[in-house]
Structures are given as C-alpha cells and as structure tokens.
Design a protein around this ligand. Structure first.
Ligand SMILES: Cc1ncc(COP(=O)(O)O)c(C=O)c1O
Length: 447
C-alpha cells in the first residue's frame, strides 16, 4: 500500500511533556472519575497541547482536530488574542460576581447583542449550554404563563434535568423523571424521515406535526418550542427549507415563544450566516449559545428581547460565575477574531470544499449513505445497505479508528453512532481539508 497522507506542514514545536503517561492517567481516571465517562478509541488518546487547528498528544504527535473539541474550538486552539485577553484579565481580577459593576460584562453584552437580529439584545450569562437551555425554559414559562414545551426527536440540549428532558435520544436519558411537560415532535430529517429532499413541501409537512402535537398533547397553550438550528449530536441533521418558519407560526399561534439552540450552529460556523437560525429565515424569541462562544472557556449565554426579559424580574435571578470578567474578556476576543480573520467566510469556503469532497467519496464508498451539513458543521451517515438504511455503527467506529491512526480526529453522532461528524476550528486551511479527504478515503478503503 502507498504511504498514508501527510499532515500539512506547520511551524510549531510543542513543549516537551513531563507529566504522567496516558496509561497512568487512564488508570487514575478509572479509579477517581465518573465511571460513566466514555472515551473515544480503543487506545484512548491523551491530548496535552493545542495550536490553531491542531492538537498534540503527550509524545508530541500532531493531529488535525476536525471535531474541534466537540464543536467548541471556534477560532483555533490557544488563539494568541484569546489567550492574551484571558491572561490580562486573569492577572487583574478573576472574579467579583454581578453584585458589583465590572466593565467586561457590559462591554461584552453590547458586542454580542450587536451580532443579533431584531430586538434580541438582552443577555444572560451562564456557564454551559445545559444551563442556558434550562434558563431559556424558565424565561419562556414565566413570560407566557404556560407550561408545555415542544422539542424535537433526535435533539440534544444538555445533560442536566431540563436538558435531558428536552433531549430525545434514549442513549442520553436516564430512567428518572425529568422536565415534565416536554413533548417531542418528529425530527425533520430529510434522509430518514417520511419526506425527503426531493419534496419541496417537506418543511411544511414536518412542521404540521408540531401543530398536531399542540392540539393532541397539550391544552392548546404552550410555553415554548426549542430546536437546534442543525441537529448536531443527532448526526448533523439539516432541516428542509421553510421548516422553522412554519413551526414558529404554529407555536406563536398557541401562545408560545420560539427558542433557537445555537450551541453548535452559532458564531459563523454554518458559513453562510452568523447564526444557524438565519439559514431558515426566522428570528427566534430566545437564543441559547455555548461551546464556540468561548473557544473552550466555560461561557454560555441566553439572549432575548427586553419585553421577554422584563418578566424575569419577578424574583431574584443570579448565577455566581455567569458573566465572570475573565470569560467575558475571552468571549469578546472570540467575537473580534471571528470578524478580523473572516472566519465565517473561511467556514463557508473550506466547508464547501469538504462537502464536495465528501460527495465524491459517497460515489466511491457504498457505506456512505448520506452527506450533509452547512459550512464547517458537516456529517456523513454510514449505512450497511443504502436501500434499508441499516445503521453501520461498527464500521463508523472503525473508520474513526483508522483516521486517528493517520493523524485525523473526527466525531461521531446519531442515535446509533452511525454518523461521522466534521466540525474543525474555523481557521482550518484548504490543505487540511485535502488531508482530511485523503485520509478518509483511505480509512474507508480498509474497513
Ligand atoms: C445543541 C446543544 N445544546 C446544548 C448542549 C449542552 O451543552 P453543555 O454540554 O455545555 O451543557 C450541547 C452539548 O453538546 C449541544 O450540542
């Protein structure tokens, strides 16, 4: 066989690693960490350094991080502007809470609000996507006075009680009561659902299920509808056009507000737009964001309108770390870097290049049943048989193993772990994309 593809050259030397071995870390983890944690790869990988679109293991071996820390590294690992902003604030004042004034939180809120359409200009800061969705539900219920919430099957919204209730994958749901009042509508999945990409009315047809659910499963009055703008953990499911706009009409008619979960789709990642919901031509009432917002720091936000926010003044609401001066400095630097380095444009360009390459791979490898996504949020669904669409879970795992051996890190999604996910930092280059496609081609050839 020919030589495996080579990573593009990169002028950076990782520091010598002097810590415990991967085996020792694994052993300690088994003893002292949550036994439910899952690790990728038969030989678990330890990462000790990152720079731009690359990460390094303890031996100094470089990998292309084409999963981006699960869609969290937006502008690149340890981007110098982000490191500098966080470092400067770390040295001045690390924490004060919102009971005192601090410029960072307001300056950051103003910058973030400037990125939002319509009246979406009031920001709440929290620490994770799960917390953001929990708060969004609270706001929706207090504002509307209603209780029932419509979410989508195949969604992922977090691991706390509310997030788990909204999530619709049995794999992430413990057998305990969580988030009462949530009803799950059909996932508008053009590959596996009843209406495909060849049906121009698919968006309306899937949205009709929301109306049906409101009529049959609720009192007719709902608090909210929540959806990811592209279902990420569910395997990069892109909704048919007109889906969200029609879904929102049904929800507004039932007195509810519409929440866009932009945890994976925000901050330019879809390439064509800054926010994923814009690809569906809607303006939500509440937007939740996390992951890429902070490029790896525990920062998340809920953004809504002044009218909706005003109802949350009925009681005290407080979050100890929300809007912390360090994370706000880091968040502001991320916004600047996305603009200054034109990373949204890059996400579109490189994303389209990868997408076209994946389509070519689909012609060559029968295991690839579907290719989809927008910008740098892409997925390929693997099936044993294109007619039955039986999920190819084991094969998906093997392709990921093969890629890792060649220096490429990818992700997995879908209910059966049958979808390979691509979400590299948005600073990725065309040479990286070509490397990724070459490695993937080879990885499929030996499954
Ligand atoms: C779309 C979406 N919403 C919410 C969450 C939860 O975010 P966190 O893990 O920060 O709580 C995730 C995490 O993967 C997500 O993908």
């Amino acid at each position: 066989m020919t030589e495996p593809p080579k990573l593009p050259p990169f002028d950076y030397q990782p520091q010598p690693y002097l810590g415990p071995s991967a085996e020792e870390v694994l052993r300690l983890g088994r003893q002292f960490l949550n036994p439910g944690l899952f690790l990728y790869y038969k030989r678990p990988l330890m990462l000790v350094e990152g720079k731009a679109q690359y990460v390094f293991d303890e031996q100094g071996r470089r990998y292309l991080d084409a999963l981006g820390g699960i869609v969290t590294i937006s502008v690149g690992h340890c981007h110098p502007k982000v490191v500098e902003a966080a470092g400067r604030q770390n040295a001045l004042l690390q924490h004060s809470t919102t009971i005192y004034l601090h410029p960072n939180i307001v300056e950051y809120a103003e910058k973030l609000a400037a990125k939002m359409p319509g009246d979406l200009n009031v920001c709440y800061f929290v620490n994770s996507g799960s917390e953001a969705n929990d708060l969004a539900l609270l706001i929706a219920r207090v504002y509307t006075g209603n209780y029932d919430v419509i979410a989508l099957r195949n969604s992922y919204h977090g691991g706390n009680a509310s997030g788990m209730g909204l999530t619709a994958h049995r794999t992430w749901k413990f057998n305990v009561p969580h988030s009462f009042g949530v009803h799950h509508a059909i996932s508008p999945d053009p590959y596996r659902g009843s209406w495909g990409r060849d049906d121009p009315d698919a968006g309306y047809k899937y949205a009709a299920d929301i109306k049906s659910l409101i009529d049959h499963a609720t009192s007719g009055d709902v608090a909210a509808f929540i959806a990811e703008s592209i279902q990420g953990v569910g395997g990069c499911v892109v909704f048919p056009e007109n889906y969200l706009s029609r879904a929102y009409e049904h929800v507004w008619a039932a007195g509810g507000v519409c929440i866009a979960d932009e945890v994976q789709t925000g901050f330019g990642r879809t390439g064509s737009h800054y926010w994923g919901f814009e690809t569906q031509n809607v303006i939500p009432d509440i937007v939740t964001m996390a992951k890429g917002i902070g490029n790896g720091t525990p920062l998340a936000a809920v953004v809504t309108t002044p009218k909706i926010a005003s109802t949350l003044t009925q009681r005290l609401h407080f979050n100890t770390f929300g809007g912390n001066p360090v994370v706000c400095a880091q968040g502001a630097a991320v916004l600047d870097v996305i603009d200054r380095e034109k990373l949204q444009t890059n996400a579109l360009k490189i994303g389209n290049h990868i997408l076209a390459g994946l389509e070519r791979l689909k012609e060559k490898h029968n295991l690839i049943g579907d290719v989809r996504g927008k910008g740098l949020l892409l997925g390929i669904e693997l099936v044993k048989d294109r007619a039955t669409k039986e999920p190819a879970t084991a094969e998906c795992g093997q392709v990921l193993e093969n890629c890792r051996d060649m220096g490429l890190l990818l992700g997995k999604g879908g209910l059966y772990g049958q979808t390979i996910r691509f979400s590299p930092p948005m600073c990725v280059h065309q040479q990286d994309a070509d490397f990724l496609l070459d490695v993937l081609d080879r990885a499929f050839s030996v499954v």
